[in-house]
Design a protein around this ligand. Sequence first.
Ligand code: AMP
Length: 420
Amino acid sequence: MSNSSVSVAPTGFARFGLNDALLRGIRAAGFENPRPIQVETIPACLDGRNVLGLAQTGTGKTAAFALPLLHRLLKGGAKGPRALILAPTRELATQIAAEMQALARFTRLKVVTIYGGTSMRRQADELRRNPAVVVGCPGRVLDLLQQRVLRLGAVETLVLDEADHMFDMGFLPDIRKILKGLPTSRQNLLFSATMPKEIRHLANDLLTDPHVAELIDRAPASTIDHALVLVAETRKRALLEHVLTGGDCDSAIVFTRTKYRAKRLAEQLTRAGHRAVGLQGNMSQGQRDRAMSGFRTRRYDILVATDIAARGIDVSNVAYVINFDVPSTPEAYTHRIGRTGRAEREGVACTFVTGRDHGWLRATERMIGTPIPRRQVEGFEAEPEKPEARKASRGKGRGGPQRQSRPQSNGRGRGRRRSG
Ligand code: AMP
């Protein structure tokens, strides 16, 4: 380091050469330094390249695509939506739009959200006000496109966010139809936490010479203190009460396997005097919005959710994530517990595991590459561990992944779990 005519390289967000109005937005949002996904992705997006981002929600990927996209829009161009962002759930679409609006607050760029379950007419009115960016869920976007209320002829950038989840939810045919309504010459950005083969095909079709930013953290963030508690199914409710009331748990997301279980558990917790609310796919959009905003504003301390409903939600300050039921796939474990310990805050994640969940446990520990610590809770000693199929493995399962002669899940686990 002997150079005396020092030319200091810009640091923080200044390194990207973003528009000043966006830099103001970034400062107002409280972002000081770019996250790894942003460092990886922003320069390639600014260059107009196609990008495949392998990253989960919670890593900062919204700003990773939003900032370069907004920067490019600020350079001026045709009328009509110039960027289309597709997301699997209404909650995620709303969150993306909110973050974009925050980053673009010192610009005149308009962002509109489009999703089912709410008034189509209002969305049509908003579209007439000439937004630069449309963020939507595929079903409603396709409806409005087919009714010619939404015109996508000026779209320069397409973003597919949580593409794997859109596939899980059966949106791929709608997406393919929407693609037909877009100009062929455009930038494509595809974000996905996992790459099932259908998404690989889609990525191959869409992304010519992509820049690949791979930031999948299969291991949980270091800010999350996570543990398993072995418990009998019949004792889960009592254990939950113990965890919720026993310490520093002032806010929690509790995950259940089914919509029915989420609904019932939220009701039981409410009857037991907790400020709890459910979030599951059978609720109307209004109910879901009220549940989310009630949880964000601390009217409720406990959100009882299914995976689909909770996907992508970003609530800071969630002290605990409690997996009342284990998730259906190993990947969903990292995803669920990533709802706590966000934005580099400390969080606690606790997973209730019954004797039936050992297949899931083995696959999950294999995926994250390390055993999940076991925690004993007094009075909740586990039922004898009963691996599903083979007596030979009795007593195993503590202290790390165990090799079994039984065929293992392939680690993706998609649709494979049968025993829980
Ligand atoms: P996302 O993965 O886009 O859902 O982002 C997760 C959270 O991180 C959101 O609350 C963002 O506002 C926040 N965030 C994104 N980028 C940064 C950054 N560079 N510094 C601080 N917070 C950020």
